[in-house]
Design a protein around this ligand. Structure first.
Ligand code: NAP
Ligand code: F7E
Length: 345
């Protein structure tokens, strides 16, 4: 039986990857950090699965990682754990570097100190945020990086550590450079889920106005469930390489909001100078303001435009995204409409 270890198992991608690997018959070990309130709500349904074990460890603590790896000796490790919120990284730059950057090296070193460098395949959750102030459109594996946040800088360090351990020690280490991927499991403070949960509340009269930051930022948004399949495919190769996963389509935050309202049959109209603090969205039918701008939600430096070229993944892995932008918005809206109606949001 193949053994996989997932750091960040309690997050969005951790949920979908656990579902995938258990369905494939893997024995899965999840690394969960200690928190004062339970952090396993996403994976609640898997906790009683005989194929899943949980070990308490932290990316900031080398000895706990060494011990976890020596207990499991996994065939595959998926390093998904991170302080993953870009806006938060501006307030906690040092912590972001510790978890995302040094944490990755701690995990790679734990493999080496357990003499597993020739045995375990390693997946690193790299990110389209590395492209930052983009140097080419669209972005692929050869596009130079230009990080624009402490989060992206920390992930850049981890990216190069993964390349270096591959070259220096011959380890099977792969960077998945994943563009934004979303789902009903997305954390509530990322923009897509913030929009779908808030629009569902507006519809059900539990919120009147949605406050937003930069509406002009453009992202390449895919469906997380499909992206974890790509992670697994990367580790089934004979030779470790880095791959971009993306949809090849880009949409602005403004378009996402319009689409979310459209999904529940509400037409909105944008008024005020586009991109200004005065811009607002009105419900066409009621005339009420439903979206306005909050300057404190703007970031000190922004990533304006991301659009990925996933041709290498399509050719070498046979991976391609299936869910279209409007389908993704619809499935997230459907989920949040139900959760709001049930009083769970
Ligand atoms: P997420 O929902 O924020 O999950 C992050 C996970 O990391 C959680 O399980 C969290 O645990 C865990 N974690 C944080 N700090 C830790 C620490 N010190 N020790 C151990 N675990 C820790 O993120 P996601 O969206 O699933 O993303 C997965 C990974 O892909 C992240 O590395 C992210 O940076 C990267 N990424 C994401 C995207 C995307 O669009 N989603 C795109 C590219 C790359 P708690 O539950 O206890 O907080
Ligand atoms: O922001 C703008 C914001 O926080 C997207 C992480 O998973 O994907 C994610 O990073 C855009 C930005 O994701 C609000 O300024 C406007 O331009 O959903 P986000 P992100 O920063 O792209 C990458 C690939 C990762 O690797 C990260 O881990 O939306 N925006 N108004 C807003 N963003 C938020 N969060 N909240 C707002 O109110």
């Amino acid at each position: 039986m193949k053994k996989a270890m997932i750091t960040g198992i309690t997050g969005q991608d951790g949920y979908y990857l656990t579902e995938l690997l258990l369905a494939k018959g893997y024995e899965v070990t999840g690394i969960v950090r200690r928190t004062s309130t339970p952090n396993t709500s996403r994976i609640e349904n898997f906790l009683s699965h005989p194929g899943l074990k949980i070990i308490e460890a932290d990316l900031c603590d080398s000895s706990s990682l060494h011990k976890a790896i020596s207990l499991v000796k996994p065939h595959e490790i998926y390093n998904l754990a991170a302080m993953s919120h870009v806006a938060t990284s501006f307030f906690q730059p040092e912590y972001s570097a510790d978890v995302n950057g040094v944490g990755t090296v701690r995990l790679l070193e734990a493999l080496r100190s357990n003499n597993l460098e020739g045995f375990t395949k390693f997946y690193q959750a790299s990110t389209s945020e590395l492209y930052g102030k983009v140097q080419a459109i669209p972005q692929n594996e050869k596009t130079p990086f230009y990080p624009r946040s402490p989060y992206a800088i920390s992930k850049l360090y981890a990216y190069w550590a993964v390349v270096n351990y591959r070259e220096a020690y011959g380890m099977f280490t792969s960077n998945g450079i994943l563009f934004n991927h979303e789902s009903p499991m997305r954390g509530l403070n990322f923009v897509t889920r913030k929009i779908t949960s808030s629009v569902a509340k507006v519809k059900q009269n539990k919120m009147s106005v949605l406050k937003m930051g930069n509406l002009d930022a453009k992202r390449d948004w895919g469906y997380a469930k499909e992206y974890v399949e790509g992670m697994w495919m990367m580790l089934q190769q004979n030779i470790a390489e880095d791959f971009v996963l993306a949809t090849g389509e880009t949409h602005s935050v403004r378009e996402f909001i319009t689409e979310a309202f459209r999904a529940i049959d509400i037409d909105i109209e944008w008024r005020g100078k586009t991109g200004s603090l005065e811009e607002k969205a009105f419900c066409t039918k009621s005339g009420k303001v439903v979206v306005e701008i909050s300057p404190e939600l703007m970031r000190p430096a922004e990533v304006d435009l991301l659009i990925g070229d996933y041709s290498k993944a399509r050719t070498k892995l046979g991976w391609a995204p299936k869910t279209k932008f409007s389908e993704l918005v619809n499935l997230m809206m459907e989920n949040d409409m139900r959760l709001v109606a049930e009083g769970k949001l």
